[in-house]
Design a protein around this ligand. Sequence first.
Ligand SMILES: Cc1cc2nc3c(=O)[nH]c(=O)nc-3n(C[C@H](O)[C@H](O)[C@H](O)COP(=O)(O)OP(=O)(O)OC[C@H]3O[C@@H](n4cnc5c(N)ncnc54)[C@H](O)[C@@H]3O)c2cc1C
Length: 651
Amino acid sequence: MTDGLIDGLYREGEPIADTKAPGGPLAERWSTRVFSGHLVSPNNRRKQKIIVIGTGLAGASAGATLGEAGYQVTSFFFQDSPRRAHSIAAQGGINASKNYRNDGDSTHRLFYDTVKGGDFRSRESNVYRLAEVSGNIIDQCVAQGIPFAREYGGLLDNRSFGGVQVSRTFYARGQTGQQLLLGAYQALERQVAAGTVTTHNRHEMLELVVVDGRARGVIVRDLVTGEIETHLADAVVLASGGYSNVFYLSTNAMGCNVTASWRAHRQGALFANPCFTQIHPTCIPVSGEYQSKLTLMSESLRNDGRIWVPLAEGDTRNPRDIPASERDYYLERAYPAFGNLVPRDIASRAAKRVCDEGRGVGPGGLGVYLDFADAIERLGRDAVVAKYGNLFDMYRQITGEDPYQVPMRIYPAVHYTMGGVWVDYDLQSTIPGLFVVGEANFSDHGANRLGASALMQGLADGYFVLPNTINDYLSAGPFEKVDAAHPAVVEAVTNVQDRIQALLSTRGTRSVDSFHKELGHIMWEHCGMERTEDGLLEGIEKIRALRREFWADVRVLGEAGELNQALERAGRVADFLELGELMCIDALHRRESCGGHFRAESQTEDGEALRNDEEFAYVAAWQWGGRDGAPVLHKEALHYENIELKQRSYK
Ligand SMILES: Cc1cc2nc3c(=O)[nH]c(=O)nc-3n(C[C@H](O)[C@H](O)[C@H](O)COP(=O)(O)OP(=O)(O)OC[C@H]3O[C@@H](n4cnc5c(N)ncnc54)[C@H](O)[C@@H]3O)c2cc1C
């Protein structure tokens, strides 16, 4: 291996920089940028068209706000209703630095916790802005009527999430995402009624249209009729969510995929830190070979639940028969300052470690206990029901065990992707006119996202950041009208048709799902919780072989001009097969551990992630290298002027 080139797996290109973030004092950068950006007057806004892909929290909030501003917004999503976007599954809460608890919180502390939580691999300017607008999100949502939990005096209640020592998480029982999405959906529908937003359900974006270097539209497939449609605009916003389902088994909704982002990547958008994946420590363990989905048990449960395993290896006694002296509350023992509320990457690895030592519980020894006995005794059962009732019900329905009586069994699972389309401070990708918001971009969480920060970021992007920054770009518009007969549009349509044809004409022997499942196994084995150089190299070989087999032997039944879910899934899996390889290359080239990216070769004496700031304090932004070409790495150096770069400690 030589620096910058691992056996021809990638090439190194020119460094890149985020030229939009202003310098100067951190606390003034956002207002400086808002003021320096050009505006579009209200009467000119109505002449401009914006396409928004996605109606999750990021897309619905962006669509509603841009519509309210007066732009003509067209929104696409593949579910039947905007309310079914994956955001609806978010359970635990949303962060904001309101300091309602008077426990020392501030914008600066939320900023600090987030940069530290991300293991110093995120941008200071972005994260500070996120912390700065966090309070506005709560005000906006309260004004919409979101039923956040309140404490006895009527003020909004807060709880704690991992990696912090304050309580700043606002919540609506264990259904925060659902309530927030209903608010964003109402706002979107209000614009539909006002005529500024048009929504297209059951439509999947399959290609980005780039004309003269600018994003000018999308090619979508009507999933009900199979018709291929062209939609053109002045700007395109991707709010298409994360790509955890590359692992097949994850806590994400089954439909989550990378296609919109990947198509943009293939058209020139750089893809940043693809290997930064979050493995969530508290999920219901895998129960069998036929399972296709994993269920999260919200991190909020770690406020009151205590995590433990038996002290002795192979102890199969009923947990209630194991006395306290024979239990290992390993997080409380190893991380006394944060206890059960250490960040997710740390809690996940600790769970893996005790299971590797043979002290795991449940079938296969792949589980640890999350125990509420003490909380029920301390707070009373009613209080526990009020806080977590729906999560307990969900656990009981899935496992058949009553968590009020026996501890929950949990194990880490893939949950969130910090990587995504590279964007600058304006949330604009490397393709002018293509903006990316929410989980689909890579912007704010570095190598590990803190709990309750995804909803914060998605809504910050959609309600507050994008609606300001996109004006600067659109102030040069409306752009010259693009005709559907333009060669770039025709080429995009042809790409989509050829690909559909290729998928349908193979008529091989293996189902799409079997390929997806095998890819998931490879990713989990080789690019999962622990990564090694040899393992990653092997993973890349296996993915390449699987991709070849896919295109030679996939069996997609049915036709193009009809409802065809096998065809939909085939397209998504084809993209995952390319993404998976890039994730492995990214993980291989980053010869350090940071946050959720744990390279076994780079750890401290006590098994914690060991960063290498000298060589790797950068964002890895990858350029598509062509189907058989090597991807090109562009490094964006990260600068820390307001936070000291140091080894993370939660002890
Ligand atoms: C079980 C679970 C619980 C969670 N709990 C929390 C929590 O408590 N707090 C927190 O902060 N975070 C939580 N998260 C993370 C958070 O929910 C997500 O990161 C966030 O909701 C993503 O929002 P989004 O708007 O970016 O994308 P999504 O909500 O995933 O929406 C994506 C949208 O894009 C559309 N789309 C995608 N591809 C295409 C395409 N090709 N064409 C057309 N449309 C497309 C979809 O139809 C959808 O409308 C949780 C995640 C999970 C899995």
